[in-house]
Design a protein around this ligand. Structure first.
Ligand code: SAH
Ligand code: SF4
Length: 366
C-alpha cells in the first residue's frame, strides 16, 4: 500500500497542488486549511462542506497525522511545556509563555542542533535530524488545542518565536512551509510582526528569507568581537560579525518600521564587561535594533555562569544611555526547565553525527 499524504504539513500552495493532482478544484485547499488549522478537525468525515465522494477519496489517499504528546508540564508562572514524541523515537520540546495579553509559543525546528554553540544545551546534545513541516506546525496545533481545552482557558497563542531546539535556517524549506501556515489567514493568521525567526547567523539564508517569507528577524549575537564569537558560536568562523550585520542591514532595507532583535546572552566574565558594552554600541550604531539581554540559563555539565543582576542592569543602562533600545529577558518556567537554551528533548541516535554534520555543511555552503 502506498503511504498516505499527511496534509498537516502542506501550506496553501502545497494543498492546491495536491488537489489539482487529485483532479479537484484548487479552492478545496482553503477549505482544508480551515478544517485542519482553525477548527482542528482531523477526521475527513467531519468536514461537512466537502461532498461524501470527496471525503471518501481523501480517506484513501491522505491523512492528518499528529505526533504524540508525551508530557505536558505547567509552571507556577503559567508557562507550559510539551514534550512531543516523534516517530523516530526522539522527542522535542515546545514552550508557551503567557504575558499580559499575549501568549508566545517557542517552536522547535530540529531534533538537536549541529551548530555546537558552547552555552546551549541543545547544541551540546548534537544533531539528529530536521523536523518536517508537519512536525513543526503540529507544535502550534497542539498548543492551541491544549489551551482551548483548559477550563480556565482564556489563553491563545498570539505570537510565535522560532527559538526552540535547532537552527531554523538550517532546515529552510520545512520552516518556510510551516511559517506560511502560521501566517495564512486560512491557517493561523499570525502577522509577520508577531512571528519571529531567530538565527545564529546563517548569512546566505538570511538573504533568502528576505526574498521568500516576510517575518521578524532575531540574531543571536552574544559577542561584540570575532575572537570571542568564534569561540562561543563556531558558525562565526564562516560568517563573521561584519557579514552578519551587513545581511541584517539588507534585511531591513525598505521596511521602515522593521528592526532586528539582537539577542545577547549574559555570561559572567566572558562577554559582560563595559568594554563589551562599548564594542556592542559601536558595531550596532547603523542598524535599527532592539537588544534583548538574556540571563544565561545553566544546564547540567556547563561551566558558564550567569552574570550578576547588577552587572546585567549596568550593561543595559549603558546601552540605553548610548541611545540603544535594550531590555532584559524575563526568565520563565524555571521550575519546569523551560527557559531559553535549556530545551534538550530526547535526542537519540547520534552515532552518525559526523556524517550528518557533513551533510549540514553542504546546506551552509548553498
Ligand atoms: N538556533 C537559533 C534559535 C534557537 S536558540 C539561534 O541560535 O538563534 C534561541 C535563543 O536562546 C538564542 O538566542 C540562543 O543563543 C539562546 N540560548 C541558547 N542557550 C542559552 C542558554 N543556556 N541561556 C540563555 N539563552 C540561551
Ligand atoms: Fe543551535 Fe541556536 Fe543552540 Fe547555537 S544557540 S547550538 S544555533 S540552537
Amino acid at each position: 500500500m502506498t503511504e498516505r499524504t499527511n496534509l498537516l504539513g502542506l501550506d496553501l500552495q502545497g494543498l492546491e497542488g495536491f488537489f489539482v493532482e487529485l483532479g479537484e478544484k484548487p479552492f478545496r485547499a482553503r477549505q482544508l486549511l480551515q478544517w485542519i488549522h482553525k477548527y482542528r478537525i482531523v477526521d475527513f468525515a467531519e468536514m461537512t462542506n466537502l461532498s461524501k465522494v470527496l471525503r471518501e477519496k481523501l480517506e484513501n489517499v491522505a491523512e492528518i497525522r499528529l505526533p504524540e504528546v508525551m508530557h505536558e508540564h505547567i509552571s507556577v508562572d503559567g508557562t507550559r511545556k510539551w514534550i512531543i514524541k516523534l516517530s523516530c523515537g526522539n522527542a522535542i520540546e515546545t514552550v508557551y509563555i503567557p504575558e499580559g495579553g499575549r501568549g508566545t509559543l517557542c517552536v522547535s525546528s530540529q531534533v538537536g542542533c549541529a551548530l555546537t554553540c558552547t552555552f546551549c544545551s541543545t547544541g551540546q546534545q548534537g544533531f539528529n535530524r530536521n523536523l518536517d513541516a508537519a512536525e513543526i506546525i503540529a507544535q502550534l496545533w497542539i498548543a492551541n488545542q491544549a489551551l482551548d481545552k483548559d477550563p480556565k482557558g482564556n489563553r491563545v497563542v498570539t505570537n510565535v518565536v522560532m527559538m526552540g531546539m535547532g537552527e531554523p535556517l538550517a532546515n529552510y524549506a520545512n520552516v518556510i512551509t510551516a511559517m506560511n501556515l502560521m501566517r495564512d489567514d486560512f491557517g493561523y493568521g499570525i502577522s509577520w510582526r508577531r512571528l519571529t525567526l531567530s538565527t545564529s547567523g546563517m548569512v546566505p539564508m538570511i538573504d533568502k528569507l528576505r526574498e521568500d517569507c516576510h517575518v521578524s528577524l532575531a540574531i543571536s549575537l552574544h559577542a561584540a568581537n570575532d575572537k570571542l564569537r568564534d569561540e562561543i558560536i563556531p558558525l562565526n568562523k564562516k560568517y563573521p560579525i561584519a557579514e552578519l550585520l551587513a545581511a541584517c542591514k539588507r534585511y531591513v532595507v525598505g521596511q521602515q518600521r522593521r528592526h532586528i532583535t539582537v539577542e545577547y546572552v549574559m555570561l559572567e566574565g566572558i562577554n559582560d564587561s563595559m568594554t563589551d558594552a562599548k564594542d556592542l554600541v559601536r558595531i550596532l550604531k547603523d542598524l535599527p535594533t532592539k537588544i534583548n539581554l538574556i540571563p544565561f540559563n545553566p544546564f547540567p555539565g556547563t561551566s558558564y555562569k550567569c552574570s550578576s543582576r547588577n552587572k546585567i542592569v549596568r550593561f543595559q543602562q549603558y546601552l540605553i544611555d548610548q541611545g540603544l533600545v535594550a531590555t532584559i529577558r524575563k526568565t520563565r518556567g524555571d521550575d519546569i526547565v523551560a527557559a531559553c537554551g535549556q530545551l534538550a528533548g530526547d535526542v537519540q541516535d547520534k552515532t552518525r553525527r559526523t556524517e550528518r554534520l557533513a551533510q549540514q555543511e553542504v546546506v551552509f555552503h548553498q
